[in-house]
Design a protein around this ligand. Structure first.
Ligand code: NAD
Ligand code: WQD
Length: 347
């Protein structure tokens, strides 16, 4: 019997890639999204890759009744939940909107999951839940490292949702695969799926590509006097197709472990697993610029400016647990990611 997976907020950059991966792996995916930061045109792109349009419902998670109508139509085995809003600067300007959208609306989803006995969930968390005050002292935070001390509302929503899911696994039988990552980048090899925000991008790589295409004049490099290889920020960039493959591995791994529902005997706790999904290769901003220039044979104009308030100079997480327990390693090199993305931006 083909497993059916509900995917929330699919049409965003990262998660439209997940539809392709899960469909191509033989799972039926059903998508809900309120299209507040995406376009239904992504369905056409996905159809070009997998040959048909997956079931899609334009549902806002605040609308519990609409969500229940979707749950009535399918016998979901799992939910893959990508809590919606993610712009740090915007969360600092609209904290309550972020708490409402990312936390309150997620609770509606968890309530409907409980009502329909769908208690398996993969949650898109973030390395930003780690106590970032000590990042530079460690050879990479591992999954046991303390999580708190988040420094902006968006990161706080991730921390709070993780705490909620820990308690749901302890007291309501939820099985949770909690995946922490930080800097996904780039385009699908088919060129169709990409990160190409209609407005000024949030993240480094779309900025670099738009400067290379002269749709933006120059890249602002946020400060350069930090204790890193060249003074600029260091990050671990993971190709989004690799990232989604991790989700698939995580799904297959925990599906073997999670108990079938209806309910188990009273008091048997659900499973709560945490994994850092990281490449383990650190690249500074200037290194990223140089690498892109070498690959696309174009100069990237940039200027050193002041740092952003919330920025962390270095972000290191240790990926060993995921590599060992999910038996997986990244397949796509940074060079390949850059080539894929340039192929799209330069189309
Ligand atoms: P995105 O903004 O591209 O996609 C988010 C999607 O959520 C959009 O399609 C938007 O329409 C939808 N959405 C927002 N609020 C909604 C609501 N209340 N109801 C229904 N749909 C809603 O974001 P992304 O980059 O694809 O990230 C998706 C998830 O991955 C987020 O949870 C984010 O926190 C997490 N994540 C992203 C990054 C990153 O750097 N992109 C890193 C770590 C974790
Ligand atoms: C990468 C590096 C910047 C743009 C963000 C969110 C975080 C997570 C991942 C969800 C940084 C530098 C960037 C620019 C620059 N999302 N940069 N000039 O800041 O690492 O993390 O996305 O969990 O929550 O904060 O990603 O791609 O914005 O920046 O110098 O125009 O490039 O300082 O070090 P970041 P990014």
């Amino acid at each position: 019997m083909k497993k059916t997976i509900l995917i929330t907020w699919w049409t965003g950059y990262i998660w439209s890639h997940s539809i392709v991966a899960f469909q191509q792996a033989g799972y039926k995916t059903v998508i809900v999204d309120n299209l507040c930061n995406s376009s239904v045109d992504t369905l056409d792109w996905i159809e070009k890759i997998i040959g048909y349009k997956p079931d899609f419902y334009n549902v806002d998670l605040r609308d519990k009744n609409a969500l229940e109508e979707v749950f009535k139509k399918y016998d979901f085995d799992w939910v893959i939940h990508f809590a919606g809003l993610k712009a740090v600067w915007e969360s600092c300007e609209k904290p309550l909107e972020y708490f409402d959208n990312n936390i309150v609306w997620s609770l509606k989803l968890f309530e409907v999951m409980e009502d329909f006995w769908v208690k398996n969930i993969i949650f898109s968390s973030s390395a930003t839940v780690y106590d970032s005050s000590n990042f530079w002292k460690w050879e990479g935070a591992n999954e046991k490292w303390i999580t708190w001390n988040t420094t902006n509302p968006y990161w706080t929503t991730k921390f709070i949702l993780e705490q909620i899911l820990i308690d749901l696994s302890k007291f309501s039988d939820f099985n949770v695969m909690n995946l922490r990552y930080f800097n996904p980048i780039w385009a699908h090899e088919s060129w169709f799926l990409w990160e190409d925000p209609e407005w000024i991008p949030n993240n480094l790589m779309p900025f670099i590509m738009k400067v290379a295409k002269w749709t933006l004049d120059e890249l602002k490099v946020f400060w350069n006097d930090y204790d890193t290889i060249d003074g600029t920020w260091v990050r671990d960039y993971i190709d989004v197709v690799d990232l989604i493959d991790w989700h698939l591995k995580a799904y297959e791994n925990i599906s073997l472990l999670s108990q079938p529902f209806p309910p188990r005997e009273k008091g048997v706790k659900g499973i709560f697993r945490i994994y850092n999904l990281w490449v383990g290769k650190w690249v500074s901003v200037l290194e990223m610029i140089r690498k892109t220039e070498e690959i696309i044979w174009k100069k990237i104009n940039y200027k050193i400016v002041d740092r952003r308030d919330w920025d962390l100079a270095e972000v290191y997480c240790n990926p060993e647990k995921a590599k060992k327990e999910l038996w997986w390693k990244t397949q796509i090199s940074l060079d390949e990611s850059i080539k894929n993305s340039w192929r799209f931006y330069n189309k």
